[in-house]
Design a protein around this ligand. Sequence first.
Ligand code: ATP
Ligand code: MG
Length: 985
Amino acid sequence: MAAPVAAVARRLRRPIRRSPAWQGPSRRPASTKPPPAQSSAVRDAFLSFFRDRHGHRLVPSASVRPRGDPSLLFVNAGMNQFKPIFLGTVDPRSEMAGYRRVANSQKCVRAGGRHNDLADVGRDLSHHTFFEMLGNWAFRGEYFKEEACSMAWELLTQVYGIPEDRLWVSYFGGDPKIGLDPDLESRDIWLSLGVPANRVLSFGPQENFWGMGDTGPCGPCTEIHYDLAGGVGAPQLVELWNLVFMQHNREADGSLQPLPHRHVDTGMGLERLVAVLQGRCSTYDTDLFSPLLNAIHQSCGAPPYSGRVGAADEGRIDTAYRVVADHIRTLSVCIADGVSPGMSGAPLVLRQILRRAVRFSTEVLRAPPGFLGSLVPVVVETLGNTYPELQKNSAQITNLVSEDEATFLASLQRGRQIIDRALRRLGPSDLFPAEVAWSLSVSGDLGLPLDLVELMLQEKGVKLDFAGLERLAQEEAQHRAQHTEPEQEQGLHLNIHALGELQRQGVPPTDDSPKYSYSLQPDGGYEFGTCEAQVLRLYAEDGTAVASVGAGQRCGFLLDRTNFYAEQGGQASDRGYLVRVGQQDVLFPVARAQVFGGFVLHEAVAPECLQVGDQVQLHVDKAWRLGCMEKHTATHLLSWALWQTLGPNTEQRGSHLNPERLRFDVATQAPLTPEQLRRIEDTVQEAVGQDEAVYMEEVPLALTAHIPGLRFLDEVYPDPVRVVSVGVPVARALDPASQAALQTSVELCCGTHLLRTGDVGDLVIIGEHQLTKGTTRLLAITGEQAKQAREVGQSLTQEVEAATERLSRGTQDLGEAQRLSKDMGRLTEAVDTAMMPQWQRRELQATLKVLQRRANTAIRKLEMSQAAKKSEELLKRHTKGPLIVDTVPAESLSVLVKVVRQLCAQAPSTSVLLLSPQPVGSVLCACQVAQGATPTFTAEAWALAVCSHMGGKAWGSRVVAQGTGSTTDLEAALRTARTYALNQL
Ligand code: ATP
Ligand code: MG
C-alpha cells in the first residue's frame, strides 16, 4: 500500500504545500449541503461532543495576553496555557495537575513574533490575526493517536456531516537525519477509518512534525484538510485541524529523547470550520464576519463586499473590507484582555494593526471619522456571549479605539499636507526627499508607517528616494549603537564662547517654565499645553551661529521660551516637534533639548529652511514625557522607601530615568538582602496605593535650609528652587514644626512629575548590583511593565515549587532523575535572565541551588546502585578469567563507567570492556585494564580501537577510558574488543 500512497503524495504535495488556500472566487458554495449551522452552534457542538460523548472537561479560553511567558507576544495556540503540563513543571497541587481530558475554544492572535499571519490578512480568505482555535487534549497518555483520530473523524463526518470524500489527511513521513521513522501508526489509523490511500499523504518534518520551541516537547502531527474544489479539477485544500502527538523531548544538543508521558494536543480553526459547514469558500462569508462586513458597508457607502481577491479586486475594496473586519476583532479582543495599542512589544503590534485598519478604512473605503470605534459593538454582538470580557469592557474598547483612530487621522491629515507642500517644490523627475519622509515617520506624534508614506506618494505618481532613506536608517542605527547610554550622549552644545557671546548681546536665558504646564483631566488623562516661541539663535552642526538653516541640515536653536524639558537632574530630555506659525504642515522633529547656562538648546534636522526671528509652535511627545514623569515620581517614592528601609543616613548617589526604566545608585554598607528589596518595593506600592497628590512649588532656596528629612542631591540648586512633596502641600512640608519631610517624600527637584502617586501604577526592582564598593545600583520598572514582571516572577515561583515537589517525591528511575536535574538547569537559566522582582530572583536562585545539588546527588546514588546491580549480574555471567567483554543496558556513559569500575574492584585481575547500545543507534563504550596488565595494554588505546571501529571517538587514561560510536553490528564491535585485548594479554 505504501507505494501508491507515495506516488500520489508526490503528485499532490504541490497543491497542498501551495495552498495559501481560499484565494479563489468565494461566492461559489463549497458544498451543496444545507442547512448552514450558526457559528455559535458549531462551537457548542464541538465542546459538547468532547464533553458529553468523550468525557472531556471544558476549560475557559485563556486571556490573549500571555501570563508569565515572555517568549510570546500573544497567545497563539490552545496549548499555550497547558505548557507546564507538557514541560512537566505543573505544580502538583494545582488544579491543572489533575487535567486528563480537556477541551476548549481559545482566543488566538497571530501577529508579530514567531507565528505572524498579519501580512496574509486581507490577501487571502483563510488567515486572520485573531481567530478561535477549538482544541481537545489528552494528557499523560490518557488516550493517544487512535482515539484522537477517530474522535476527530467522528466529529467531522458524523456530527458535522462533512462528506468523507472532501477530506484529506497528512501524516509524518519520517526524517532519516534525526533517526525518526515514518508515523505509519497514524497512516494505518486513517486507512482503518476508511480514508482511501490516495487521500492519505505523507510529508516531512517541515509540515508534519511540531515542536513548541528549539527545545522541549515535540512530536509528529497529522492534519485534516478540506477540499474546496469538491472533486472538480485539482484539489484545492485548506488545513482544518492539526492533531499533534507529543512523544519526544528535544534536548539542548538537538537529540530526541522519549517523553515520560505522551500527550495529544489538537487545534482546529473555528472560522474555517464554519465556512465549510456554511458551504462557503471563505471565512469572511460566514456569520462570524457578515455582520461586520454589513456594518462597514452601511457606514462607508462603499460598494458591498463581493469577495474578490488579488488582481480581480480592483481598487482593493474587498481587501479593505477584510482587513478592517479582521483588525477590529483583534483590537477588541486584545483591549478586552488588557493589551492596548502602545509603543513597544505586543502593544506596538496592536498600534500597527489599528493604524493599518484606519488606513484601509479612510484611504480605500472612504470611511467617516469615528468609523472604527463604531464597529466595536458589532464585534461584541458576535463574540460577546462566548467571551464575556468583551461585553464587560465594551465602552472602554470603543473609547480607546476611537481616541487612537482620531489621533492617527490627525497625523494622516498633517502628513498629507506636508507631502503636498514638499511636492509643490519638486521638479517633474525629482525623487521625494528622504528627510521629509523620515521626519513623517519618526517624529513622536506623527509616526506614519513608511510604507504608508510610500503609498500616499504612489497615488501622486512620485517615487521616494529609497537610497536616501536607507542612508538615514543606517545613520540612525549607528547612532543608537554608539549611544546605548543615552545620558552620555554629547550632541550639539553651546561652548563657552557661544555662551559669552549670548551674554554680551544681552540675550535672556530661555524661559522654560511652560514645561510645567500640564494638568490632570477628569477622565484621568494628562493634558499638555503647546507653546509659541520665537527663534533667537540658530547654530550649524559645528557650533557656528548662522542666520538660517536649509533643508536636511542638522542644527541647534535657541528660543525665547520652551515647553521642552531639557535633560537634567537625571531625567531624559523631551522629544517632539515644532512647526512654524502659519505653516503648520512642515514638521521639525526635535530629538533632544539640553540646557547650557540657562539657555535651552533644541536639536533638530530641518526639513526645510528655518530663520532667526521665525515664530514657532512647540509640541512635546506626550507618551515619552508621561513615561518620564511616571519614572521620576517613582524615583522619589523609591528614594523614600530606601530611606525608610535602610535608615535616615541613606544617601542617594545618582539616578537616571527615561520612559523605559529608572536607575538609582545608593550608598550601602553591604549588598541589600532579598528581604530589604522586598520591603522597599512594598513601601513604594503602599504609597502608590494611597494615590496621594504630588505637590510642586517654587520657593526661595533659603526656606529649604534646616528642614529635617528634606532630601536633596549634591547639586547646585537654583534660587528659587522647586520642591516636590508627596501628600503634603509644600508650605506645610517646609514648616519645620510639621516634621512632614520625616514622614513623606519631600525633595528639591526640577523634574516633571505625575500629579498623583496612583498614576505610577506599580514599581518593581528588577536588578541590583554593586557598582563600586559601597554603592549599589538598582534598576526598576513601573506601570504595566512592572505588573508583567510580577506575573513572570509568580509563574517562575510556581515552577520552582513544582520542581521542589517533584524532587521531594523522589524517584527510582534514573531517566526521571536526569530530566529533573536538567529542568533545574533550565529553570535556573530562566530565573537568572527573566525580567522579574529581584528579591524573588534571589530567593529562587538560592532554592534552585539547593535543589540542583539534591538532584545531582540523587542521580549519583541511582547510578551507583544501578551499576552495582549490573556488575553483580555480569560477574555471575562471566566465570573468573582475565577478560570480560560484553554488552549491558546503561542509560549514560557515567553509569557504564561506574559498572566497569565496580566490576574491576571486585575482580582486580580482570580487564573489562562494556558496550551499551542506545535507542537512537549510538553505542556507549567504557573499559578498564586489570592492575597487572602489560604496560602496552592501555585502556585508552583499547577504547580507541573499539570506538574507531564504530566510527566514533574515545578518551581516557591508561587505566580507565570511555567513548562513543555507532553501529548496527554489535557482535563485530565486541569481536574487535576481544581480539585487541587477547593480542595484548
Ligand atoms: P496554516 O498552514 O493554514 O497557516 P497552521 O499550520 O499555521 O495553518 P496550526 O498552527 O496547526 O496552523 O493551527 C491549527 C489550526 O488553526 C489550523 O489547522 C487552522 O484551522 C487554524 N489556523 C491557524 N492559523 C490560522 C489563522 N491565521 N487564521 C485562522 N485560522 C487559523
Ligand atoms: Mg500558519
